[in-house]
Design a protein around this ligand. Structure first.
Ligand code: ATP
Ligand code: MG
Length: 586
C-alpha cells in the first residue's frame, strides 16, 4: 500500500451521524431506519411526501430547500413550502391530464426548476419519474422513452425540435408534451405551456398513497459497458436515500449540500434531489457545466458544507493545477465525497493539500439505488479503498463456480466479484422488460454486481475493475484501476485508462492511454519515463507494455471512462452503443 492511511485526528467529527461504525452496524435495522420517516396513513409511503410535505408542519417549512444557480448566475430560490406547492401543482396537472398511477413521466431538461418540480410532482401523483440528460440526441431519447413507454415528456421547445420531433412518430404512447418556456411557433401540435398549466393547477394536492413497493423511479444505467439498462426503483427506496445521506454523506438539516450530478444519472436523483430534502438540508444546484473557477466560487459563495462530486471533476481540478485553499474561502466546507468511478489514491492525497481535508470515496450503482460502501467522516481513510459497507448492507467477495453456484472468498486481499445480500430498500426491482437479465444478477441469495474487488483484513473494500474491463495477462488478473492509479502518480499524468490488448503469448498485455497535465507535451522521452515509472511501481508483468497520449478520453455523460470504446477502436471492432458518450477525442 503506497499511500499512508489518513487518520481522522484533527478533523472535527462532533455531532457525526455515524459516530461509531461498528456499533451502528450491530444495532442497525431497516425497520428502525424507516421510523425516521413519516409515512402516510394505512402503511403508504411516498418519496415526495418524505422529501417535502411532511416538513411543512415543522420549522423547515420556510427554510431554503433548493437554490438553483443559472448559467447566467441568476439565482432561483425555493423554500420547502414553495417547492411543495409547485410540485403539488404539477401532480394536480398530471391528474387533470388523465395520467394514471405507474405511468411514466420523462424529463429532457437542463438543471432548472421545472426538472425538480416535475420530479417531485410526478412522485406525488403516483406516476413514475424518469429523467434524461438534456444533451441526449434523438436516438437515446427514442430508446429510453420508447422502452419506458413514456406518457408525458417535459422539455423545451428547442430541445423538442432537435431531439424529439425526429422520432416522435415512433412514440405513439407519448400523449402529452409540456414545454418549459412556453409554446412558440415551432411547438408540436397539442403541446402545453408548462408554466401556464402549472399556474392553472391547485397547490394543495392530496399525495397519492403509494405502496412502499410501487414503482417510483426509472433510471437508465450509464452505458459504460454496453447498452443502458432501465433499472426500476420503488417508493420504499426513500428509506435508503435518507439514511445513507446521513451515514455516508453526514447530512444534517443545517447543511448546505451540493451534489454536482445531473438527475439524468442516478446520483443526481438519489442525492441530487431526494436525500438532502428528506434530511431537511439546503440543496444547491448549478445549471452550468463543469468549470473549475466557477465550481470553487460556488463552494465559497454558497458556503457549501457538504460536497458530493465525481472523480472526473476532481481529476480536472488536479489537472489544472488550481490551489483552492489559497484563492477561495472554503472554511464552510466540512465533508467532501466522490462517486462513480474509482477515486485514485493520488486524488485523495491531493485533496488533503488542496482542501485541507480528504475526499471520501463511496461505491454504488444505478441498480443499488443508494450508497452501499463508503468512507465515513469518523473512519480513517485508506486512499484507494472505497471504504466499508453501510450499516444494513452485507457485502462479500465471491467466486462463481462452474455449476452456477457461488463461493464466498474469506481470504484477505483475494480478488473476486463484489456481491451484496439483497434486502436494502433501494434495491432495484427489475430491469425494465429484461426479466432474464435481472434474474442472472442473483445467485444463492446474493446480488452479483459485475464489479471485481477485494477486502483487506480490516474490512476495507478495494475496487479492482469491472468484470468486463479486467485484463488477463500471463496468469495475472490486472485491474485497470491499479495501473491507472500508478500512472497518475507520475507528475506529468493527469488521467489514464488501461485496456487489455490481445497477445499470442501472454493472452493480453496492458496498453494505457494517457492525458497529460496542462503544460506537458508528449514526446518519446516522457513516454519512456512514464513506462519506467509504471514498471518500477507495478512490476513488468502488470505495467503497460505500450502507452499512447491523448488529448482526452471517451466518457459517458456521468463522467465514466469508456474503456470498451478505447478497446473497440484499438482492435477495429464495432463501437457498440454510444448513446451515453459525452466527450470524445481520438
Ligand atoms: P452500465 O451498467 O450501463 O455499463 P455503469 O455501470 O457505468 O453503466 P452506473 O450504474 O452509473 O452505470 O455505474 C455504476 C458502476 O460505476 C459501478 O458498478 C462501478 O463499476 C462504478 N463505480 C461507481 N462508484 C465507484 C467507486 N467509488 N469506485 C469504483 N467504481 C465505482
Ligand atoms: Mg453497471
Amino acid at each position: 500500500m503506497p499511500f499512508a492511511t489518513i487518520a481522522k485526528t484533527g478533523i472535527a467529527t462532533d455531532g457525526a451521524r455515524l459516530p461509531d461504525y461498528a456499533r451502528a452496524r450491530r444495532s442497525f435495522s431497516w425497520a428502525n431506519a424507516r421510523t425516521q420517516l413519516a409515512g402516510l396513513p394505512g402503511g403508504a409511503l411516498n418519496i415526495a411526501h418524505e422529501a417535502l410535505d411532511r416538513h411543512l408542519t415543522t420549522d423547515l417549512a420556510d427554510k431554503l430547500a433548493l437554490r438553483i444557480i443559472g448559467r447566467d448566475d441568476a439565482v432561483q430560490d425555493f423554500t420547502y413550502r414553495r417547492l411543495a406547492q409547485e410540485s403539488s401543482r404539477f401532480a394536480d396537472l398530471l391528474v387533470r391530464l388523465g395520467v394514471r398511477r405507474g405511468e411514466r413521466v420523462f424529463t429532457l431538461l437542463g438543471r432548472q426548476a421545472p426538472l425538480y418540480v416535475t420530479a417531485l410532482g410526478t412522485l406525488k401523483a403516483g406516476a413514475v419519474f424518469s429523467p434524461l440528460f438534456a444533451a441526449f440526441g434523438p436516438e437515446p431519447v427514442l430508446a429510453r422513452v420508447g422502452k419506458g413507454d413514456g406518457r408525458v415528456l417535459v422539455t423545451t421547445e428547442a430541445l423538442y425540435e432537435r431531439k424529439v420531433a425526429p422520432v416522435r412518430a415512433q412514440l405513439p404512447g407519448l400523449r402529452h408534451v409540456l414545454l418549459d418556456g412556453g409554446c412558440g411557433p415551432r411547438a408540436p401540435a397539442g403541446a402545453l405551456d408548462f408554466e401556464a398549466e402549472l399556474a392553472r393547477s391547485a397547490p394543495d394536492f392530496a399525495i397519492v398513497p403509494t405502496r412502499p413497493d410501487d414503482m417510483a423511479l426509472l433510471h437508465f444505467t450509464s452505458g459504460t459497458t454496453g447498452k443502458p439498462k432501465g433499472a426500476v426503483h420503488v417508493h420504499e427506496a426513500v428509506v435508503a436515500h435518507h439514511i445513507t445521506g446521513q451515514y455516508a454523506l453526514d447530512l444534517h438539516a443545517d447543511d448546505v449540500f451540493w451534489c454536482t450530478a445531473d438527475p439524468g444519472w442516478v446520483t443526481g436523483t438519489s442525492y441530487g434531489i431526494i436525500a438532502p430534502l428528506t434530511n431537511g438540508a439546503t440543496l444547491i444546484v448549478d445549471a452550468a457545466e463543469f468549470d473549475a473557477e466557477r465550481w470553487l466560487r460556488i463552494l465559497q459563495d454558497q458556503k457549501v458544507s457538504v460536497w458530493y462530486t465525481a472523480p472526473t471533476a476532481i481529476r480536472m481540478l488536479m489537472k489544472l493545477g488550481v490551489e483552492p485553499r489559497r484563492h477561495y474561502d472554503l472554511s464552510h466546507l466540512r465533508f467532501m465525497s466522490s462517486v462513480g468511478e474509482p477515486l485514485n489514491p493520488e486524488a485523495v492525497v491531493w485533496s488533503m493539500e488542496a482542501f485541507g481535508r480528504p475526499f471520501h470515496d463511496n461505491w454504488w450503482q444505478t441498480e443499488t439505488g443508494g450508497i452501499m460502501i463508503a468512507n465515513y467522516l469518523t473512519m480513517d481513510i485508506r486512499p484507494g479503498s472505497m471504504g466499508k459497507p453501510l450499516p444494513g448492507v452485507e457485502a462479500a467477495i465471491v467466486r462463481r463456480t462452474a455449476d452456477g453456484g457461488i463461493v464466498e472468498i474469506a481470504e484477505a486481499g483475494a480478488v473476486g466479484e463484489l456481491a451484496l445480500r439483497p434486502g436494502w430498500p433501494s434495491m432495484f426491482r427489475a430491469y425494465l422488460d429484461e426479466p432474464e437479465r435481472y434474474a442472472k444478477c442473483f445467485a444463492q441469495g446474493w446480488y452479483l454486481t459485475g464489479d471485481l474487488a477485494s477486502r483487506d483484513g480490516d474490512g476495507y473494500f478495494w475496487f479492482v475493475g469491472r468484470a468486463d474491463d479486467v485484463i488477463k495477462s500471463a496468469g495475472h488478473l490486472i485491474g485497470p484501476f491499479e495501473v491507472e492509479s500508478a500512472l497518475m502518480e507520475h507528475p506529468a499524468v493527469a488521467e489514464a485508462a488501461a485496456i487489455g490488448m490481445p497477445d499470442p503469448v501472454a493472452g493480453e498485455t496492458v496498453k494505457a492511454f494517457i492525458v497529460l497535465k496542462a503544460g506537458r507535451a508528449p514526446d518519446d522521452g516522457l513516454r519512456k519515463e512514464i513506462l519506467g515509472h509504471a514498471r518500477r511501481r507495478l512490476g513488468p508483468a502488470v505495467a503497460p507494455r505500450e502507452i499512447a497520449f491523448r488529448d482526452g478520453l471517451p466518457r459517458t455523460r456521468s463522467g465514466k471512462i469508456m474503456r470498451r470504446l478505447l478497446k473497440a477502436r484499438e482492435l477495429g471492432l464495432p463501437e457498440g452503443d454510444l448513446s451515453t458518450l459525452e466527450s470524445d477525442s481520438r
